[in-house]
Design a protein around this ligand. Structure first.
Ligand SMILES: Cc1cc2nc3c(=O)[nH]c(=O)nc-3n(C[C@H](O)[C@H](O)[C@H](O)COP(=O)(O)O)c2cc1C
Length: 367
């Protein structure tokens, strides 16, 4: 798969998830395998130019963290251009622009959505970035305000005309927030609107089968996965395998989930220091635990950790507690196994409403 001059190993992408897609998470997912391109959390262009330490931390990377896209957020053309130039000078593989939701009505909320109030003005801003750098510039957007105003196809076409190398499209409207079903025909309308650039579909992909359905039903060139990777860092490797062989690999074993989770914590501590790394991990570990089966005893402890020792003590305690749910072979008894993950667009609408993927709190208007 190609994005402009960039050749990727797979057509699977890690979506930007503010507060989560930091260096440790990206390295964790990359080590498991299957990922084509990872993206940082969104980074304010002005903060980057002002050399704000928090913005710098967001773009912290390492040689194993390649290829990497940085997602920029901002509405001042000169700042967005200069930030893109700066990122290019650092060796970043591509720059993604956060467009929030591409509609007039949301211009009040500022940031990405505000820059979408005028397609022409946005096209000028984006052209300024595209003309300044050699690396690809991509854009990420939602479908539109609501089902009556699906504006993404027009915007995607306008951006292709000014040289954007790919479009990432979350198949929901702004009105939907994170609720309801992903609109595959909406994604398809964006695919059909552009002439040659790849469109990457996004939203609710939690299984290899869901990725395949999104590719088949929309004609998109790739799939971007966010929350599905929280649950399951294996999703990229398993999806790539499924797409190329048709074979579904077995779910990762509990021991492997624990091993990868512990490696993730080690990286958090390396990158953020012990106390901050552990504190940040309090909101990460429960996502792993969603696939552990009964996990109340784990979650209770992990949300209080400030050191690796506390984490491991809690984990040991949990492993002892969890024995009551195991059979004589040490396997979780079937009745305690977590329900299989099913993407919203793979099930009946009522079930999709009931079982939507949890969304951590945050500014939905820029996601
Ligand atoms: C916690 C969280 C943070 C997010 N942060 C960003 C962000 O920084 N930039 C962005 O474009 N989208 C952001 N999103 C949206 C995701 O990239 C993605 O479009 C959305 O979650 C749907 O994909 P998924 O169902 O695979 O998670 C965020 C979503 C969540 C849940």
């Amino acid at each position: 798969m190609r994005i402009g001059p960039l050749t990727l190993q797979s057509n699977l992408f890690l979506s930007p998830l503010a507060g989560y897609t930091n260096l440790p998470f990206r390295l964790t997912v990359r080590e498991v395998g299957g990922l084509g391109l990872a993206t940082t959390d969104l980074v304010n262009a002005r903060s980057l130019l002002e050399k704000n330490p928090k913005a710098f931390k967001l773009i912290e990377t390492s040689p194993a963290d390649r290829p990497l896209a940085v997602q920029l957020f901002g509405s001042v053309p000169g700042e967005m251009r200069d930030a893109a130039l700066y990122l290019e000078s650092l060796g970043v593989a591509s720059v993604d622009i956060n467009m929030g939701c591409p509609v007039r009505k949301v211009c009040r909320v500022g940031g990405g959505s505000a820059m979408m109030t005028e397609h022409d003005k946005t096209a000028v801003l984006v052209k300024g970035m595209v003309d300044a750098v050699k690396i690809p510039v991509t854009a990420k957007m939602r479908l539109g305000w609501d089902d009556q105003s699906i504006t993404a196809p027009d915007l995607a076409r306008a951006l292709e005309d000014v040289g954007v190398a790919a479009i990432f499209i979350h198949g929901r409207t702004r009105e939907q927030g994170f609720a309801g079903t992903i609109n595959l025909s909406g994604i398809r309308s964006v695919v059909q609107a552009v002439k040659t650039i790849p469109v990457i579909g996004n939203g609710d992909v939690t299984t290899p089968q869901a990725a395949k359905k999104m590719l088949n039903d929309t004609g998109c060139a790739g799939v971007s996965i966010g929350r599905g990777a929280f649950y399951n860092p294996w999703i990229f490797q398993h999806t790539l395998h499924y797409l190329s062989t048709g074979e579904l690999l077995p779910e990762p074993r509990f021991e492997d989930r624990v091993r990868v989770m512990c490696g993730h914590l080690d990286l958090m501590v390396e990158v953020f220091g012990e106390e901050l790394g552990c504190r940040m991990f309090r909101k990460v570990a429960p996502w792993y635990a969603k696939r552990f089966g009964p996990a109340t005893e784990f979650n209770k402890r992990v949300v209080q950790i400030s050191s690796k020792a506390e984490f491991h003590e809690g984990l040991e305690n949990y492993l002892r507690w969890r024995r009551q749910f195991l059979d004589e072979n040490g396997q979780l008894m079937p009745r305690f196994e977590p329900a299989p993950l099913v993407a919203s667009f793979m099930q009946e609408p009522a079930a999709a409403r009931r079982e939507h993927i949890p969304v951590p709190q945050g500014p939905v208007e820029v996601w």
